[in-house]
Design a protein around this ligand. Structure first.
Ligand SMILES: CC(C)(COP(=O)(O)OP(=O)(O)OC[C@H]1O[C@@H](n2cnc3c(N)ncnc32)[C@H](O)[C@@H]1OP(=O)(O)O)[C@@H](O)C(=O)NCCC(=O)NCCS
Length: 374
């Protein structure tokens, strides 16, 4: 007997630890294939304990019958949300806000097609509007939006209010390089660079003066570190070791170019169909000018990434939504790359909680790079 998806008996609650485990057992088929099941479940448990997600940073949700007992009830649909820090700018007035990122939207195969996932998303979209608001904590006075990265195209989530945003990337082939002027970045180098990057992003938004609202997720250390801890966890399961090189940097202070990256594993490492990719999480130019010098630095960073991709058996290097400046510099590097406009996977999608409709005409998503993904 299946309840109607509109039934008032269906409510959104947090699953118990046992119920989370049950969901991971099922979702392994969809998202765990690069790992053994126990490594996949271990990763999910571990990633709930790191700085970005600990102490309420991550929340788990399930749609259940309100009359049923925890641990003894059907889970009609499940998902999780991660609270992220973000900046909003209206005519240069910048405020710190929260954005909730939704992930792992899942429906047990036996319940699919009955609109339970749709009902859950409707509830989640409404609930997140005010979720975890705390005016006493910087950045928690307002929830600007909820976001997600759809792997099932643009229509499903748009029908529920999450509008598709630019979802393009450029892709470079893996290539061994014999020498490179860039310096590798280790985990211990990242936090200082993140702090500089966040400060300069804030300045950039203060200078944003067109009529749009500008929104940027913070590329802060907790966010970048989450990707790297996830990568370490998976690499140990797959390669038996974690990668030490987390990015690369080149140039003199004030004119440096750097990038952090992460290895994304989606299936068996020796199968090109897996689409395992080295994702550039964030690319930073300290001096934002279109010069041959910057192009040369960019080239060093990208060829370093290509070389890492080759060493870690990745299919390609991907960089999301390059700005006009990066595109102009890329032309000067002479590097070969492919432009991909994604239609199905990782469609960046946004539900706006502020004034207006939150369309791409109204909201500029600044720094729509892989670091925002979860
Ligand atoms: C995606 C998922 C949660 C949808 O659950 P569901 O029970 O089929 O969805 P609902 O019953 O709420 O909605 C049905 C609608 O979703 C559409 N839909 C379902 N799965 C879809 C998919 N993989 N791609 C595109 N549309 C899909 C159906 O076509 C149907 O459309 P209609 O309303 O126009 O008829 C479920 O298929 C699932 O758990 N998939 C595996 C995990 C996954 O891919 N999650 C999404 C990650 S972004």
């Amino acid at each position: 007997m299946f309840p109607d998806a509109n039934s008032p008996d269906l409510i959104l609650v947090h699953p118990t630890p046992e119920e989370k485990l049950k969901t991971w057992e099922l979702s392994y088929q969809n998202w765990g294939k690069a790992l053994s099941k126990s490594d996949y479940i271990g990763r999910e448990k571990y990633l709930a304990t790191v700085p970005l997600t600990a102490e309420g940073g991550i929340s788990y949700w399930c749609l259940v019958d309100k009359n049923a007992e925890p641990n003894n009830r059907e889970l009609y649909a499940t998902c999780e949300t991660i609270r992220k820090r973000a900046l909003l700018s209206n005519n240069g007035a910048v405020s710190d806000v929260a954005v909730h990122a939704i992930g792992s939207v899942f429906c047990d195969p036996k319940y699919r097609g009955r609109k339970y996932a749709s009902r859950m998303l409707t509830e989640v979209g409404q609930l997140l509007r005010t979720y975890q608001i705390d005016p006493k904590v910087t950045g928690r006075g307002q929830v600007a939006a909820s976001i997600l990265f759809s792997d099932i195209g643009k229509k499903y989530y748009a029908n529920h209010g999450w509008l598709p945003f630019p979802s393009a990337h450029i892709a470079f082939q893996p290539r061994k390089s014999t020498s490179n002027d860039a310096t590798p970045l280790k985990a211990s180098d990242i936090s200082e660079l993140c702090a500089l990057d966040v400060a300069s992003l804030r300045k950039q938004l203060e200078q944003a003066s067109d009529s749009k609202t500008h929104m940027a997720l913070l590329p802060d250390y907790d966010t970048i570190q989450w990707h790297h801890l996830r990568e370490d966890c998976m690499s140990r399961g797959i390669f038996g070791k974690a990668p030490e090189i987390k990015g690369a940097i080149i140039g003199e202070k004030g004119a440096r170019v750097w990038a952090y990256w992460t290895r994304g594993y989606y299936g068996p490492i020796d199968n090109p169909e897996s689409g395992n990719a080295l994702h550039i999480l964030r690319l930073v130019l300290e001096s934002e000018v279109d010069s041959q010098e910057n192009a040369d630095k960019l080239k060093s960073i990208l060829t370093f990434a290509q070389s890492e991709a080759e060493a870690w058996k990745m299919v390609d290097v991907q960089y999301w939504n390059p700005t006009k400046l990066i595109t102009d510099l890329l032309h000067k590097t002479g590097l070969e790359y492919k432009e991909v406009d994604r239609e199905e996977e990782s469609i960046t999608s946004l539900m706006w909680y502020g004034e207006g409709k939150g369309t791409t005409d109204e909201v500029e998503w600044v720094g729509n790079e892989k670091y925002g993904w979860c």
